[in-house]
Design a protein around this ligand. Structure first.
Ligand code: PSU
Ligand code: MN
Length: 305
């Protein structure tokens, strides 16, 4: 038995694989733990449609009934979204325990990358990656996403990392782990809600063809994937001073309430949405769509290389 024996492909993804059409992997923790119902479900469907409109097949990945599912139908997205808190947040290490008890889970960036790699999917779009949490020098809270990037040959498109994290330490950790990062039409690592973080990137790419060549080369060289940083669209970026203040409040509340480990990221995401009166949610939705479209376009270029 291998992980491949646990995988089921939706008809759409099975066909795309057979015909070697471009495919974009999408994560599902954002559905189960990253956004409130029903916006989570609406967003997941909208993002899938944006990928299709850009000429690729969307493979939303999750665990359902103990099976690793690559490509979900609309009803499955709806029921995952409704379960919200009732379903496991699965990082790579949770896959076997959840599958063994025939459970359901949203997959994080780490778990989704791992599964996409097994399925031969070259590119994956998310909103923001996990990272090194503020105070990690005490807690050691460093997302498994960063380690997965160092060992799985899947390119990940993201809008950077939220400043609920320590962006400087996140970039240092990625360097230690040998993870290649490229800014797509930007010189700084973006800060999710904001287009820049003040931290310079060493590599930049301005066109889809160049990006596809870089992705393919990274795949050839390995052992990790390419992290593609794609800033939030200008018209959806939030003012940095406002969002920084709200994030600092959320981080302080998490500390005071002793929220830690895998609950930390979902707690902080939810509090920031509440503290910004929903404005951060709108930015989040816009940047995910933007990332999915870039990933679909890059997947198209990859298919033509
Ligand atoms: N960042 C976001 N939205 C999210 C997540 C991160 O802006 O929904 C989710 C992703 O699935 C990511 C996970 O892989 O949180 C990271 O969790 P942790 O920090 O526990 O590794
Ligand atoms: Mn963590």
């Amino acid at each position: 038995m291998s992980a491949a024996d646990l995988m089921d492909f939706s008809p759409e993804i099975a066909e795309a694989r057979a015909e070697r059409k471009p495919i974009v992997a999408l994560e599902s923790t954002i559905i189960t733990h990253g956004m409130p119902y029903p916006r989570n479900v609406e967003t997941a469907r909208m993002v899938e449609d944006a990928v299709r409109a850009a000429g690729a097949a969307p493979a939303t990945i999750a665990v359902i009934g103990g099976r690793i599912r690559v490509g979900l139908d609309r009803n499955e997205i709806e029921s995952l979204g409704q379960l919200s808190g009732g379903v496991v947040k699965a990082s790579r290490r949770d896959l076997a325990p959840v599958a063994a008890r025939h459970g359901a889970a949203g997959t994080t960036v780490a778990a989704t990358m791992f599964i996409a790699g097994l399925a031969g999917i070259e590119i994956f779009a998310t909103g923001g990656i996990g990272g090194v949490h503020r105070g990690a020098e005490e807690t050691f809270d460093i997302s498994a996403d960063l380690v997965e990037l160092s060992r799985t040959r899947v390119a990940v498109v993201c809008a950077g990392a939220k400043s609920i994290l320590d962006i400087e330490k996140t970039l240092e950790f990625l360097e230690t782990q040998g993870v290649a990062i490229v800014g797509y039409r930007c010189d700084e690592f973006p800060a999710f809600y904001a287009r820049s973080s003040g931290f310079k990137l060493e590599h930049r790419c301005d066109g889809l063809r160049d990006l596809a060549r870089m992705i393919r080369l990274q795949r050839d060289i390995g052992p990790g994937g390419l992290l593609i940083a794609n800033p939030v669209p200008e018209d959806h970026a939030l003012e940095e001073a406002m969002i920084e203040g709200r994030i600092a409040e959320a981080v302080a509340e998490a500390k005071a309430q002793g929220v830690a480990k895998k609950e930390a990221t979902p707690f902080l995401l939810q509090r920031v949405v509440e503290l910004t009166g929903g404005r951060s949610l709108e930015a989040n939705i816009a940047l995910i769509k933007n990332n999915a479209i870039l990933a679909a376009q890059a997947a198209g270029e990859l298919a033509r290389l």
